[in-house]
Design a protein around this ligand. Structure first.
Ligand code: 8YV
Length: 332
C-alpha cells in the first residue's frame, strides 16, 4: 500500500499539515513496515502518478528515505519545499547533491559503520578469489575439467603487495584484515591518514605501479569518477589484479574491458558496475573476472542493522530535528 500511517508525527516547526515520510525507492520489507507503522509514509515509487502526488502533497514531506542507489535527485528535492532530512539506506550518498541539500537547510544522513565489516570481508574474499581463482576453479570442477588436467596454477595472496584506494572506514577495515596475510599494504588517499602503519602513495597510478593488486574502497561521486583510468590499469600491469567494492564509476569501465580482453591485467573481482545491473559482455565472457551483484553489505545481519539505523535517524529527526548519523561535510 503506497500510503500508510494514521498518526503522523509532527516535525519541529511544522504544524499545518501531516508530516509525511517519503519513501523514494524500494527498501527492506521490515524497514518499509516499520516506517509505515510509525509515520505517515508514502511510497513514491508505488504511486500510479508520482508527479501528481508531488504537485498536490510535496509540501507535506518532511523526511525522504532512499537507498544509496537512488538518492534524492534535484528535481525531487525541488518538489519538496518543507523537506528537512534525507536518509540514505547505505553509506554511499553520491546520488544526492549534499551541498545543494545543505544550502536549503536539508540534512543528509547515511548508514556508516554498521556495514564496514561485511564490505571489508567481501573485499578480502574477492581479492583471494581473483588471485587464487576460486570461482574459476569451481567452474572448472563443475565442467569436468579436473579429470582431464589439473587446474592451472594461480597467484599467491600472502606476502604480496596490496594497494588500497581510499583509506576510509572500509579501506582501513580491509587493511586490518590483510595484516593477517602478511601483505605489504600501501594506500592512496587525498591526504595521508595519521596513525596508520601503511605506506601512503600520492596517486592511483603510483599505487598501481607499487602493488600486485588494488582494492578500491574510495567513495563514489564526481571527485572519483574514472580514477582508475587506462593509465592506472596499465601501471597495474599484466600480473596485476583489481578489486572494486566501491562504485562502478570509480573505474573507467571501457578501459577495464579493453585491458581484460587484451590480457593487460591478470584479473579483476567486481561487486559494482557503471550501469547496474548491466555487466559488459566481455566481462561476462572472461574467466579471469569475478562478477558479484553488488552484495558487499548484503548479509541479513548487516542489512538489518542498516535498516535499524535508518529508522533511528528518522526517529531522531522527527523528535529532535537532527539526524543521528549525518554524512560528513565534504565527500571523502
Ligand atoms: C548497498 C551500498 O548495496 O552502502 C552503500 O553505499 O552501495 C550498499 O551497501 C545499498 O545501499 C543497497 O541499496
Amino acid at each position: 500500500m503506497p500510503i500508510s500511517g494514521a498518526t503522523p508525527e509532527i516535525s519541529p516547526g511544522v504544524s499545518a499539515s501531516p508530516a509525511t515520510v517519503l519513501q523514494v525507492s524500494p527498501l527492506l520489507p521490515d524497514l518499509e513496515r516499520s516506517l509505515a507503522e510509525r509515520y505517515r509514509t508514502v511510497r513514491l515509487h508505488e504511486l500510479p502518478d508520482p508527479a501528481a502526488y508531488l504537485r498536490a502533497h510535496g509540501g507535506d514531506v518532511i523526511v525522504a528515505v532512499t537507498s544509496a542507489r537512488y538518492g534524492v535527485g534535484n528535481e525531487l528535492m525541488d518538489a519538496l519545499p518543507r523537506l528537512g532530512a534525507i536518509v540514505h539506506f547505505g553509506v554511499g550518498h553520491e546520488t544526492t547533491d549534499v551541498v545543494r541539500a545543505r544550502t536549503r537547510g536539508i540534512d543528509v544522513g547515511n548508514t556508516p559503520d554498521v556495514l564496514t565489516d561485511c564490505v571489508a570481508d567481501l573485499a578480502v574474499g574477492a581479492l583471494i578469489d581473483s588471485l587464487r581463482r576460486l570461482s574459476a576453479a569451481d567452474r572448472y570442477v563443475r565442467a569436468g575439467g579436473w579429470a582431464a588436467a589439473p587446474f592451472p596454477l594461480a597467484s599467491r595472496v600472502s606476502g604480496r603487495r596490496i594497494g588500497i584506494l581510499g583509506l576510509g572506514r572500509i579501506g582501513r577495515a580491509v587493511a586490518r584484515r590483510l595484516e593477517g596475510f602478511g601483505v605489504e599494504v600501501s594506500y592512496c588517499s587525498r591526504v595521508p591518514v595519521p596513525d596508520v602503519p601503511y605506506r601512503h602513495l600520492p596517486s592511483a597510478k603510483a599505487l598501481a605501479t607499487a602493488c600486485d593488486a588494488i582494492v578500491v574502497t574510495v567513495a563514489g561521486g564526481a571527485g572519483t569518477d574514472g580514477l582508475v583510468s587506462a593509465e592506472v590499469l596499465e601501471a597495474l600491469g599484466p600480473e596485476g589484479h583489481l578489486v572494486n567494492v566501491a562504485r562502478g564509476s570509480v573505474i573507467d569501465e571501457s578501459a577495464l574491458v579493453a585491458a581484460v580482453k587484451a590480457g593487460r591485467i591478470a584479473g579483476a573481482a567486481l561487486d559494482v558496475f557503471a550501469d547496474e545491473p548491466n555487466v559488459p559482455q566481455p566481462l561476462l565472457d572472461s574467466d579471469r573476472v569475478v562478477l558479484l551483484p553488488h552484495i558487499a553489505s548484503a548479509t541479513r545481519e548487516t542489512r538489518e542493522a542498516m535498516g535499524d539505523l535508518v529508522l533511528r535517524n528518522v526517529e531522531r529527526f522527527m523528535t529532535e530535528g537532527v539526524l543521528l548519523t549525518p554524512v560528513p561535510d565534504a565527500a571523502h
